[in-house]
Structure formats: C-alpha cells, structure tokens
Design a protein around this ligand. Sequence first.
Ligand code: TXA
Ligand code: MG
Length: 309
Amino acid sequence: MNPEIRRAAEILRAGGLVAFPTETVYGLGADASSAAAVARLYATKGRPANHPVIIHFSSSENAFEWGREIPQAARKLAARFWPGPLTIILKRSTKAGDFVTGGQDSVGLRVPSHPVAQELLREFAGGVAAPSANLFGNLSPTTAAHVREELKVELVLDGGASEVGIESTIVDLSGAEPVLLRPGRISKAELEKALTSTVREKRSTSPRHSGGLERHYAPRTPARLVPPHALDAEIAKRGAAVALLAFSRPDERVAYWIRMPKDPQAYAQRLYAALRELDAAGCGAILVESPPETAEWDAIRDRLSRATK
Ligand code: TXA
Ligand code: MG
C-alpha cells in the first residue's frame, strides 16, 4: 500500500479533505457520511449548501447501497460503464443524508476508474463525496498543480493529467424515464445503446444541478464563441489584445493562441488546461473557435457555451 494513500484515507476518516485524481477531472473528497466533513468541503469550494454532490465508490455493489429501488437500467449502465466517467442519479437510501443530496430524495453515484481514485476508495472503504476540486463556478482542474493553485487542501494526490478532461456524463434514473443531465465522454447514443431505450435530454438552469447553471466552468477573462467564418473579422475588430483557442494557426495579429486537436476526445482532454493558460495570458478577451455541430462534440459545446458569453 502506497503510504500517501493510507494517509489520505486517514485524513478522510478524521473528517478532513483530500484532493484526488479521477479519469475525468480532479475531485475534492470528504467522507460522505459525515455532515461536518461535507460542510468543510462546501466551505472550501465556496459552494451553496443546497447543491447536491456526487458520491464516489470503489464498486457498484457499494454504490448501490446508497440508492433504493435500483432500476434494471442502473444495473445495465453500471455493468457497461463502471468503473468509468458516468454518474448515475438514483432515489436515495437512508445512507445518503440531506447534506450530500441538497435535501432532495435522489443521490448522485459514481465509480471512477482512475487507479489512484480506486486505491483511495478501496482503502477508505466508504463513500467519498467529491465535487470537482475548484472554487465554485471556476474551471475544473485536470492536474494536481491546478488544484494547488486554487485551493488550500491538506493533501493533493497527484495522478497525472486527467485522461477524459471534462466532467462525467450524468444520467438521472430516479424518475420514470432516463434523463441526460450533463453530457460527457460517454455519449447519449452510447447510453441509449446500453439501455436499448431512448434517453431524454434536459438542459436545466435549476440550481439543484450546478453544472446546469448557465455560467459555470468559466475562465475569468471574458470569453466568446466565434464561428469559424467570423473569426477573421472578430480578430480584426479586437486587435492585439486577444487570446485564441482555434483549430488552425491564426495570423500574427493574435497575441496568444493555442491550437486545438480536431478529435473531440483529444480536444476535451486539453480544454480546461488550455482555457487556464489563455486566462493567464492577461489578454482583454478570449476567442474560442466554435467546434462542429455534430453529436460527438455535444459535451464540448456544452462546456464551451457555459465558459463563454
Ligand atoms: O467527473 C465528475 O463528475 C467530477 C469528478 C470529481 O467525479 N465531479 C464533478 O462534481 O463534476 P461537481 O460537484 O463539480 O458536479 C456534479 C454535478 C453538479 O452539477 C450537481 O449538482 C449534480 O452533479 N448532482 C449531484 N447529485 C445530484 C442529484 N441528486 N440530482 C441532480 N444533480 C446532481
Ligand atoms: Mg464542478
């Protein structure tokens, strides 16, 4: 056993906070059965107390103990996608207190695949409440350094750069039909294939689902989405004070730019680190070239629309 993992589990047992890597983004973890630990978590993030948090487990058996009336659909998705970048919302069992569900009758459950997260969850042997390890409303961290820049946490476990790069897909199975609450690496089509039924899409702006807030996952510098055909004119209009995230190399008018991959998974993996870098460049504005309108870019368009105005 890695001594850092043992220390991390001890901190969690004592009601403290540990940041840890997952395959999607880094999480800020607390003992999900401790109201005091979860209160500390919300205070550190600056997150409103009525927002529910995702609870992480090492296995689906452990996860499902926190839900009730587990539908067959949940078992199907767990068998197909766990461990992995999927969060399933179920009706809660008595294990899930109001302080992790925002007082709702449902609970968000996830079994991450990252080996460090798995080791930690096995060693802790309980549910770990973990939102992304950033201040409320900011970009999610995809490296241990991102976490340290933004939060004061006793221990940050370093598991390298997150492989997926954007937050987990969230599917709500607590009602009569499956509803996609947040798109991610696992697509709506993949969920539908595994379930052999349709999945409804919901773009909620209700505070119950903070990832659903219109302005979330945002850099500090004002950012704008610009269609490829309008990019040239927009750069000309704004002059040198612009930082750009684009698919092709811009001309010398742009002060700072990052060229992004044309593959959506590679793009997602780099997205938050790239936005952080452009944010730090100190330009007056960030311009983001809009990605294609196809389904494989759904999750990225979702995050970009929240990061921009
Ligand atoms: O990839 C991820 O999901 C990362 C890693 C750390 O696992 N976590 C993450 O957590 O993104 P957070 O708290 O930043 O976003 C979780 C989203 C929030 O929008 C929250 O409101 C929603 O999940 N959520 C959690 N429980 C819910 C519930 N019972 N009903 C509806 N939405 C829920
Ligand atoms: Mg978050």
